[in-house]
Design a protein around this ligand. Structure first.
Ligand SMILES: [Zn+2]
Ligand SMILES: [Zn+2]
Length: 375
């Protein structure tokens, strides 16, 4: 039975739904944000910015005391300061892009307005939209689907974010720390740029302050007491932030190299929507076509989990994977990428597929059917 039969009825009676939290007033909506952000959604962002700015008074003190007063090398101090402030500036520029740019609009503003509570004739809209929905079965096996919550087409690799209340093109994840926004097709490059700048900044500060601490211990009388304390604190802080954000950066480098999103990487059962139609088989009636996660036995679940480790649906070689995220071909691309990480190429709706993936998916489908016979 096609999955759309169970998920998207052609006609349905819709009672007006109760207003959602934050979706009643029409004031204060950001473009493309059906769920209005409340002040407390920005607290983690404020904390993150505070953590980025907090070390600077200590850093300035170290530069003045260590390079200017002790070593009388203001130029060396200024050079280190220039590198620290350049990395800070670059981190803020990509952070602003992540906060200001829509991560990946699927539908136009009109549809967003309707979603945000301005719809008065919900029943008629549902009827019309149900008629406009793709014919049943047509997209049941395709990667592009229909989002029931947005009442709009859901392109390949797009996902509906429950926190934002909307679909996002090539959604990577919803980031609580950066203003409660999604990281998607249009902001993934800037997000990775931000992680890189923070990791580089933390590593630079940690190395710089470690050298100051080492010098202070080997020349205990040549420097005041407070500078080494600030240097020890900053070296520790830099190491911790560098390791935490650096491991996150490493994970995203792996994801970009294999052309996966965080969601795709963490949800092996998303593969099910891509597998080819199962062969008609009297013994495999337990499975829908394509199969749903809750219909799988333990053995079938393990098959899907194992397959998800090596089936990279969109992996087209690491160079092209990286070019897809960072947009090599743009004019002044190097400056663009240096400043804000660039932006993903393509429309965010169509992605070239790994030519080997279809054969692997066929094998997975055959494996699921044969495992179904043994149940
Ligand atoms: Zn949606
Ligand atoms: Zn979101």
């Amino acid at each position: 039975m096609p999955r759309n039969d169970t998920q998207t009825p052609l006609l349905e009676l819709r009672l007006p739904s109760p207003p959602r939290l934050g979706a009643v007033d029409d004031d204060g909506f950001a473009d493309g944000d059906p769920i209005r952000k409340r002040w407390y959604h920005y607290l983690p962002l404020i904390l993150a910015i505070a953590m980025m700015l907090a070390p600077h008074p200590s850093l300035i003190m170290i530069f003045v005391n260590y390079y200017y007063r002790v070593h009388d090398a203001p130029l060396r101090g200024l050079l280190h300061m220039a590198i620290v402030y350049l990395l800070t500036f670059l981190a803020f520029s990509s952070l602003i892009v992540v906060l200001a740019r829509d991560p990946g609009p699927v539908v136009g503003d009109k549809a967003h307005g309707e979603e945000s509570g301005e719809r008065a004739d919900g029943e008629e809209e549902s009827f019309l939209e149900a008629l406009l929905a793709p014919p049943e079965g047509e997209e049941a096996h395709g990667p592009g689907k229909w989002c029931k919550k947005c009442n709009a087409p859901k392109p390949e690799r797009a996902h509906h974010c429950g926190s934002c209340g909307r679909c996002v093109l090539r959604m990577d994840h919803h980031c609580m720390w950066l203003g409660g926004r999604c990281i998607g097709h249009r902001t993934h490059a800037s997000f990775v740029h931000f992680l890189f700048c923070i990791t580089a900044l933390a590593a630079y500060v940690a190395i710089l302050c470690s050298s100051v601490v080492y010098w202070a211990f080997t020349h205990p009388l040549a420097i005041d007491e407070t500078t080494p304390i600030h240097a020890i604190s900053l070296a520790f802080y830099g190491m911790v932030i560098g390791m935490v954000i650096g491991s996150f950066l490493g994970y995203h480098i792996y994801l970009i190299t294999t052309n996966q999103t965080t969601l795709e990487s963490l949800s092996p059962f998303m593969l099910l929507r891509h597998i080819p139609p199962l062969p008609d088989n009297a013994d495999s009636r337990r499975l829908s076509n394509p199969p749903l996660e809750h219909e799988l036995s333990f053995e079938q679940r393990m098959l899907v989990r194992d397959a998800a480790r090596y089936i990279r649906l969109y992996d087209i070689g690491w160079r092209r994977n990286w070019a897809q995220v960072f947009g090599w071909s743009r004019p002044w691309g190097w400056l663009y990428r240096l400043a804000i990480g660039g932006s993903c190429t393509g429309d965010g709706r169509n992605f070239p597929r790994n030519p080997r993936a279809d054969e692997m998916l066929s094998r997975l489908a055959a494996g699921l059917v044969s495992a179904d016979k043994n149940r």
